[in-house]
Design a binder for this molecule. Structure first.
Ligand code: SF4
Ligand code: SF4
Length: 269
C-alpha cells in the first residue's frame, strides 16, 4: 500500500483523525531538534515544488531533478514520481549545519506544513475532496511542546501553503483525469512516464527549445500550459488503446502531429 493510500485508509477508519481549518494545536520548531526531521525521510515533490526550489537555487528543473532527486515509477498508480534523494538516505542536501533549511522560502509543500498534512481525492464525478489531518508525531520532535497556539488556517497562511496546494491540485486533477477518463493504469509505462517528465519538471528546456521567454509567458502561466500539454499527449496515447475523448475524433480532424499540438498549447496566447 502506498503512503498516500495508507493515509486515506487511516482517515477513513478514523485512526488518523481529520481536522478542520478552525482546529487549534500547539507548535513551533525548536532549536534542539532543528533538522532532525530532515533526515532519513521520504519527501515527495510534485512539479510545482521542483519549479520553486530550482528557481530559488537558480538552476534548471532538469538539473535540480538530476542532482537532488530520485525518479521512480509507481506500479500501483502507474505514474512517475520524484523524491528528494539525499533526505531518503541521510540528511537532506539542503539542511545547513545548524539544521535549518537552505531553501526555506521555497521548501516543498510537505516540508512547509508539517505537522499538518493534507490529502486530496476525487469522487466518481471528479469532485475534489480535501482532508486535513495532524501528521503522526515523531518522537524526537519538540515542536509539539511549544506554547504557541495556531488554528490550521493560521498555520496554512503563515506557511503560505495555499498557493502550493492550488498548484499541486492542478497536477492531481491531471493524474485523476488520466486514470479515470483515459484509463492510464492500463497503458502507462515507465517509458511514457519518461516522455512526459520534461513537460512536468523541465520548463527551462522547453523554453529554450521553443524560444519562449519569461517576459512572454510568466512561469505560472507556463506551468498551466505544460500540464495542458501533458493532457494532449496522454489523450493521444490513450486513443491508441481505445480510451478517452479522441477515440471519437476522426484522425484527419487533427492537422498536425501530437508534437505540433503540444507546441501549440505551449505557445498559445
Ligand atoms: S520541531 Fe519538529 S519539525 Fe521542527 S525542526 Fe524540530 S523535529 Fe523538525
Ligand atoms: S527541503 Fe528543507 S525543510 Fe525540506 S527536508 Fe530538506 S532541509 Fe528539511
Amino acid at each position: 500500500m502506498s503512503f498516500k493510500q495508507n493515509i486515506s485508509k487511516k482517515l477513513d477508519d478514523g485512526s488518523l483523525p481529520g481536522v478542520d481549518l478552525n482546529h487549534k494545536f500547539n507548535f513551533m520548531c525548536h532549536d534542539d531538534c532543528m533538522g532532525t526531521c530532515c533526515t532519513n525521510i521520504t519527501i515527495q515533490l510534485d512539479p510545482w515544488d521542483v519549479e520553486l526550489m530550482s528557481r530559488h537555487l537558480n538552476i534548471s528543473g532538469q538539473d535540480f531533478v538530476e542532482e537532488y532527486c530520485d525518479v521512480g515509477f509507481s506500479n500501483e498508480m502507474k505514474w512517475p514520481y520524484v523524491t528528494l534523494k539525499h533526505a531518503a538516505k541521510g540528511p537532506c542536501a539542503f539542511m545547513l549545519e545548524d539544521g535549518r533549511c537552505e531553501v526555506y522560502p521555497a521548501r516543498s509543500r510537505n516540508c512547509r506544513t508539517y505537522p499538518i498534512g493534507r490529502a486530496v481525492r476525487f469522487d466518481e464525478k471528479g469532485n475534489k475532496e480535501e482532508r486535513v489531518f495532524i501528521v503522526e508525531k515523531m518522537s524526537f520532535c519538540l515542536g509539539h511542546n511549544a506554547e504557541d497556539e495556531w488554528t490550521v488556517e493560521e498555520w496554512f497562511n503563515d506557511s503560505e501553503a495555499q498557493k502550493f496546494y492550488q498548484m499541486s491540485d492542478l497536477y492531481l486533477e491531471l493524474i485523476n483525469y488520466a486514470t479515470t477518463k483515459l484509463n492510464s493504469r492500463v497503458w502507462m509505462s515507465q517509458q511514457i512516464g519518461q516522455m512526459i517528465m520534461p513537460l512536468l519538471y523541465g520548463p527551462d528546456m522547453l523554453r529554450k527549445k521553443l524560444s519562449i521567454s519569461e517576459e512572454e509567458v510568466g512561469h505560472e502561466e507556463f506551468y498551466h500550459r505544460r500540464l495542458k500539454a501533458v493532457k494532449v499527449i496522454l489523450e493521444d496515447i490513450a486513443a491508441n488503446f481505445g480510451f478517452g475523448p479522441q477515440t471519437d475524433v476522426e484522425a484527419e480532424t487533427f492537422a498536425g502531429s501530437v508534437m505540433d499540438r503540444v507546441k501549440e498549447v505551449l505557445l498559445s496566447q
